[in-house]
Design a protein around this ligand. Structure first.
Ligand code: SF4
Length: 557
């Protein structure tokens, strides 16, 4: 469903913010007029108190405002008391968030200790046998039964609750009813939120996470639309899961999180990188700076004006050479544009020019804009083209004078990515004096891939790791990249555990998943094909599997 198929003014051009209620997470409020909060998660085993505390301290010192910790069982949940005490002894009174999957008893223990508990509505009832064809009433009843003790405990202890839908772990019931869609993601969380609302428990936060930036953006937009319809105003947590590492992980995170922040959605953000967690904090800061100018408190206009597109539909254009029509968006330079190029600053584009364009099927419009005005200008341009039914392909050119590589990555990922995600643009052109053509090309193709418009390199989906991780994920990802980084059009997931990994690796073609200490299971899409392979043999086994499936284009061929 595309709620605005004409691609008209889908997204507000000025910064506004979806008005949310204030949720207290310990002493650090979220939502309302408060700054967008930065959070992250430890990657150490939760029972290793010392290492967890030390990592939490590094996170806090880097600027992290809430620290999330995996709690797989009641023992780990209880250990949060010791972690919290140790942090206090060292002078850190940071709110802790317990990350819970599968087990209501763990969530209930954590609710007595942590300032916030995260549950996943896709697997909170996994101990229950709920048939995919169960009635809505039956499911609601089951959710209510499981959730009520947690709600009571959260109320008694002043604990906040995040209801965090994850694209990769929707329940069978949700999949049967809504499919693998933004609707499914949203309904999965709202079924829980409605029960909280009915019980007058409002200390909740909701998130829609996916490693697929389109899915993450569309489901978060739909969430806000639905909350407005149902009179809810819960803060929204943003994150692109399994974004990977390095430049690609940063680009993907900036596209997903930055697009939504610019639309006024988002009260707290977590950047998930397969790196040391403290590395995530400056990236989160960079995204905030790039998306909303570092303006981390509320802006004056508090009305909601969120984007309405929740389903991908590319703007329909003529094809001119290799540009437009059904061709994938191009990375453009001066020499690369065929046909009759009409390059024009968007601010000086007249109605007459648009009429001329409309009647010239060989024209390509190079729409030039500056980084500080492009967001509103380009949206307006696409609206005008749409209003006139003008099918001229558009190459978006944005100038970034005097930016360091860090700033350039953040700004350009959000500027171009937010348009590409909505199907706007047949080419991108980053005009950044002082940066090498090679680095600009690399960034440009990364943005096209991060927006899921054009895949030119191996897509690595990798979890950030946590206390469940069964191997050194950073080193493993590096080894997989070195061996498989030359493959095109393949998505490879490297996931730390078998509990959540297979569900969360989304639409990967192959999965390398921790199955136990020193053991790895290999997946072809969602199907497990090799179980418990010794870690030392796993990379060879993955290559063998790819060769068997005709997906290996080796250097040796
Ligand atoms: S996939 Fe497993 S190891 Fe990786 S972050 Fe998720 S829960 Fe942790």
């Amino acid at each position: 469903m595309n709620m605005n198929p004409c691609h008209s003014n889908d997204v507000p051009s000025s910064p506004v913010r979806f008005r949310t209620r204030v949720v207290m997470v310990g002493d650090v409020p979220m939502g309302g007029d408060h700054p967008v909060r930065i959070q992250s998660m430890t990657t150490t085993p939760t029972m290793d108190t010392l290492r967890t505390v030390e990592q939490a301290v590094r996170l806090i010192q880097a600027g992290c405002e809430y620290v999330r910790i995996t709690t797989r069982n009641v023992k780990e949940a209880e250990n949060l008391t010791i972690i919290k005490d140790e942090l206090k002894k060292r002078g850190f009174n940071i709110p802790l968030i317990a990350d819970v999957h599968f087990n209501p008893a763990v969530a209930e223990t954590a609710a007595r200790i942590a300032e916030k508990v995260r549950i996943n509505p896709g697997n909170y009832l996994s101990g229950e046998k709920i048939q995919p064809d169960a009635s809505t009433e039956t499911v609601r009843q089951r959710i209510r039964e499981q959730l009520m003790p947690l709600i009571t405990l959260c109320k008694d202890h002043g604990t906040a609750l995040r209801i965090g839908s994850n694209h990769g772990s929707l329940s069978e019931w949700v999949l049967a009813r809504y499919g693998d869609t933004p609707e499914g993601m949203v309904e999965s969380a709202l079924e829980f939120a409605r029960i909280c609302l009915g019980e007058n428990f409002d200390n909740i936060v909701i998130s829609m996470k996916s490693s697929n930036t389109r899915m993450m953006v569309y489901s978060s937009r739909l969430l806000v639309q639905r909350m407005l319809e149902e009179g809810m105003d819960y803060p929204v947590h943003l994150g692109v899961t399994e974004a990977g590492a390095g430049e690609d992980g940063r680009i993907k995170s900036a596209i997903g999180i930055g697009t939504l922040l610019r639309e006024g959605i988002g009260d707290t953000i977590r950047v998930s990188l397969t790196e040391e967690p403290e590395m995530e904090i400056p990236v989160a800061g960079m995204i905030l700076q790039s998306a909303i100018g570092g303006q981390r408190s509320a802006v004056s206009d508090r009305q909601s004006a969120v984007g309405s597109i929740i389903d991908y539909q590319r703007r329909i254009t003529h094809q001119v050479g290799e540009i437009g029509g059904t061709k994938v968006p191009v990375v453009a330079t001066d020499e690369s544009i065929p046909g009759q190029v009409i390059a024009v600053r968007v601010s000086s584009l007249t109605d007459e020019m648009l009429t001329t364009l409309k009647h010239n099927p060989d024209a390509v419009l190079v729409a030039e804009s500056e980084f500080d005005t492009c967001h509103s200008e380009l949206r307006t341009l696409f609206r005008k083209l749409n209003d006139r039914h003008c099918l001229t392909p558009v190459v978006i050119k944005i100038s970034y004078p005097r930016m360091d590589p860090h700033q350039l990555l953040g700004r350009s990922s959000i500027d171009f990515g937010s348009l590409l995600i909505d199907g706007l643009g047949d080419g991108i052109w980053i005009d950044a004096p002082g940066h090498s053509l090679e680095s600009i090309n690399h960034l440009s193709y990364g943005i096209l891939q991060g927006s899921r418009c054009r895949f030119t390199r191996t897509e690595f989906i990798a979890c950030p790791s946590c206390g469940r991780t069964l191997f050194n994920i950073q080193e493993t990802l590096q080894r997989v990249k070195e061996r498989m980084g030359h493959l095109k059009n393949i998505k490879i997931a490297v996931m730390g555990c078998i509990v959540n990994g297979p569900g969360e690796m989304a639409d990967a073609d192959y999965g390398y998943v921790g199955a136990g200490p020193g053991k790895v299971s290999l997946y072809k899409a969602k199907t497990i094909v090799r179980k418990n392979v010794d870690e030392k043999d796993a990379l060879n086994a993955l290559e063998e599997l790819m060769r068997l499936n005709g997906d290996w284009e080796g250097y040796d061929e």
